[in-house]
Design a protein around this ligand. Sequence first.
Ligand SMILES: Cc1cc2nc3c(=O)[nH]c(=O)nc-3n(C[C@H](O)[C@H](O)[C@H](O)COP(=O)(O)OP(=O)(O)OC[C@H]3O[C@@H](n4cnc5c(N)ncnc54)[C@H](O)[C@@H]3O)c2cc1C
Length: 412
Amino acid sequence: MAKHVVIAGGGTAGITVAASLARQVKNSEVDITVIEPSADHYYQPAFTLVGAGTYSLEETRRDVRKLIPPKVNWMRDSVAGFDAENNTLKVGSGATVGYDYLVVCPGLELNWEKIQGAGEALGQNGVSSNYSPAHAEYTWEGIKNLKPGAKALFTQAPLPFKCPGAPQKIAYLAADHLQNKGILKDCELHFLTHAPGMFSVPLFAAELKDVAARYGIHVHFQHNLVAVDGQQKNATFEVAGGDQKGKSVTMDFDILHMTPPQSPPEVIKTSALANEGGFVDLNQNTMQHTRFANVFGLGDAGSTPNSKTAAAVRKQAPIVVKNLLTLINGGELDTGYDGYASCPLTTAYGKVIMAEFCYGGKVTPTFPLDPRKERWSYWWIKTTGLPVFYWNYMLKGYEWFLKHDTDFVEPA
Ligand SMILES: Cc1cc2nc3c(=O)[nH]c(=O)nc-3n(C[C@H](O)[C@H](O)[C@H](O)COP(=O)(O)OP(=O)(O)OC[C@H]3O[C@@H](n4cnc5c(N)ncnc54)[C@H](O)[C@@H]3O)c2cc1C
């Protein structure tokens, strides 16, 4: 009898795994079901470009129906509860779904409620977020209408959040836009981050510090956005560390770009699949669950300590598929996921630093070029190459990649 593989979450990770699996098995061997509530799929890495006015939101969207491969069943519902001991889960309609193998990848939720007033403020009075498809275009509205004398705030939430560079990438694009208009020197830009540094990987942190300084962006470390008053146009931060820890700082603004706090969905946090932090508890190299052998996970909801990016999913998905088939057919699990993630850091229109790294912040470039340098070629990869690859290869289940260099020695 065919084995039933259920995939909980049909976003970047779920569709990639479903498509790759469907390519490699016969229908008589494996039945694949994807449980996904949404009818729309967004290419989230381009949200930064939508906020910067170089991409329309519609270009980032596709119908989920058209992305699910013909051999795969789409159950349009949400997982409402997992019972991993009994190899079943419950969906929103109340039905129970049984499985032989489960892949868990429901991504991260945006916890707007953790910033007082954020939910009401979004989408008006200059308050926006590229993290919300409904408000990414409004980011560009705000940036393009900035006048001399304007003040713009860009915030970064505590970890975890999707894409380690996204909160600051939009600040650089806004600054570059103002520079091109000749009014950057007359505006005040601030980047306020909960983190104690610019970026978790020192090689790139040093470059980003210079980029921010070049634009005259004021950087405030350990500042956590806790409240927004859209009508009064001010934002309140709590100092998260250092001498001023606990102090409250309120700043006014003309535009505010927010990164929301994020967490795995409640249905994961409250299940036996979760680790202490609420993430799907996975072996960081095999992507297999640490307690339930027939369960795998990947993507943003996983516990693996990589940066939460679609690039990471690209390298995790083949390991998940390979190991799932190994469990079915017998053999040794592949321990090959090394924490690879990539973050194309848009430092200007036409310029990107391609940050690629593995577990422990080890720099692992794909191309034999100095990874610290801003390049137009990487801008092309970010804006053209990667979207084409995403829609036509990754989501179609083709596993064609260039290898990243794990022996790279960082320049002194
Ligand atoms: C502003 C922004 C910029 C980014 N920039 C980059 C970048 O430059 N490069 C890069 O590589 N990555 C980037 N990313 C990150 C990238 O988009 C994510 O890491 C990637 O989409 C993660 O895939 P996922 O499948 O884990 O989550 P998602 O793609 O978010 O999919 C999760 C899916 O699970 C579904 N789901 C949720 N709850 C349930 C449930 N209970 N039952 C069933 N289904 C459920 C959701 O509807 C969703 O479709 C960016 C993201 C954002 C928001």
